[in-house]
Design a protein around this ligand. Structure first.
Ligand code: NAD
Length: 418
């Protein structure tokens, strides 16, 4: 399918094909599993504050509908393209199947730089996008959540726009919204907490004492900051972090709680006293025990993978490692990889909890949420590790094999209509 042509979609297809070859999935089943079921592209005109009208591109891709509604984040970033969104939707499918959630994968995006828009412009853009998506989404059809460049406020505007259209309040149309509007306790922290939990499990597996470890985190948004704070709570020393504007390095450890407050105030980590400036390229090759890419795709590539110096690579971002880098990682057994579809699954797991709570109008406390989250992650981690050991596969191959096989099996038993 030409319409999804994009380097990130190619990367997702390459990963799929490797697993499909190994599982000996016949050609006539592959396209059905690989290509998105449906997608919608929209033009989004809004009035800007300066009186002009601007048109933004928006997308939503629903990868498969075999196991339930589709679920996935909404991304605001200047580079958003249909093919990138399709890749992210495909990864969501394997992630939901790996963790046993009753969803297919989806993803959405608007090509915009949210930092260049005023709050009023961002609100108009979000509401217009939601309006355009109304025939395509619904609590039993497709449920959105925050991703890169979006947050609880964006979800609140979406929920309000959808509810106004329906004529009654529909909290279950989005997850990751404010708790006051039916959001789940622990959702904002879920992805980062999950990453830190799995880093702990990986550390146990390779005999690394997390309380004496060092960690480096790329990206200091929702996922990166909560991961850094959670790892610091486990006793890890966070020696470098970065965001889109630059990085900070302090071999003695950064005061991550103060840094979190600073970043909340200044909207960047740059300028924080207590660390030396470092580039994102340097950050990724800084010697450490735990390396956490928590920003964009394709950060660990054929060019820098030989230089990374960590014992655990925890892929908090989606698609941070390219397939050519993967080939080299497989020849570096000293690095334990927690692949993205497992590592950052905490977000969609607690989004699922939020959707369930909204549908029942019955809310759980934070301990219940976090306990249930860790139980699901534990099962997914153990199943992935066992398969990787049993069949001598990389952790990525094992995780993808489990996710893809479950979707394949579901399609098989449902059959093909008509
Ligand atoms: P966010 O917008 O809250 O934060 C992104 C961070 O990355 C910001 O600090 C930004 O400055 C930084 N960044 C952007 N470009 C960068 C670059 N070139 N180099 C270094 N840093 C850069 O987004 P988020 O929700 O934290 O998402 C981060 C990643 O985690 C994405 O890949 C997203 O798909 C993935 N993810 C998010 C969730 C979630 O619940 N939010 C769940 C699963 C996966």
């Amino acid at each position: 399918m030409q319409i999804y042509d994009h380097p990130v979609f190619k990367m997702a297809c390459q990963q799929f094909d490797l697993v499909a070859d190994r599982l000996e999935i016949p050609a006539n089943e592959r396209d059905r599993l690989k290509y998105p079921k449906r997608s919608l592209s929209v033009a989004l005109p809004i009035h800007c504050d300066d009186g002009t009208t601007r048109v933004f591109e928006g997308y939503r891709v629903q990868h498969h509908l075999t196991l339930g509604p589709t679920k996935g984040g909404l991304r605001y970033h200047p580079d958003v393209k249909l093919g990138e969104v399709a890749a992210l939707a495909m990864w969501m499918s394997w992630k939901c199947a790996l963790t046993g959630l009753p969803y297919g994968g989806a993803k959405g995006g608007i090509a915009c730089d949210p930092r260049q828009l005023s709050a009023a412009e961002l609100e108009r853009l979000t509401r217009r996008y939601t309006q355009e998506m109304i025939p395509f989404i619904g609590p039993q059809v497709d449920i959105m959540a925050p991703d890169l460049g979006t947050n609880e406020q964006v979800m609140a505007w979406m929920m309000d726009s959808y509810s106004v259209h329906m004529g009654y309040t529909v909290p279950s149309i989005v997850t990751g919204k404010p708790v006051l509007l039916g959001g789940s306790l622990g959702r904002r922290e879920a992805t980062g907490r999950g990453v830190a939990y799995l880093v702990n499990r990986a550390a146990d597996t390779i005999g690394l004492d997390i309380s004496k470890s060092t960690a480096v985190v790329q990206g200091f948004g929702n996922v990166g900051s909560v991961t850094a704070l959670s790892l610091a709570k486990y006793g890890a020393r966070i020696i470098a972090v970065s965001d889109a504007f630059g990085g900070l390095h302090n071999p003695k450890g950064l005061d991550i709680w103060k840094l979190d407050q600073y970043a909340a105030d200044k909207k960047t980590i740059v300028g924080f006293p207590g660390g030396e400036a470092i580039t994102n390229e340097q950050l990724l090759v800084t010697p450490c025990d735990v390396l956490v890419p928590a920003a964009l795709e394709r950060q660990i590539t054929g060019k820098n993978v030989a230089k990374i110096q960590c014992r655990i690579l925890a892929e908090a971002a989606n698609g941070p490692t390219t397939p050519d880098a993967d080939v080299i990682l497989e020849q570096r057994p000293e690095i334990f990889v927690i692949p993205d579809i497992l590592c950052n699954a905490g977000g969609v797991v607690v989004s699922y909890f939020e959707w369930v709570q909204d549908l029942q109008s019955f809310f759980w406390n934070e301990t219940e949420v976090t306990d249930k989250l860790f139980r699901i992650l534990e099962t997914a981690f153990t199943q992935t590790l066992n398969l990787s050991r049993k069949q001598k596969l990389s952790m990525r191959q094992a995780a993808l094999s489990l996710g893809i096989s479950r979707v394949r099996e579901a399609k098989k038993v449902r059959g093909l209509f008509p």
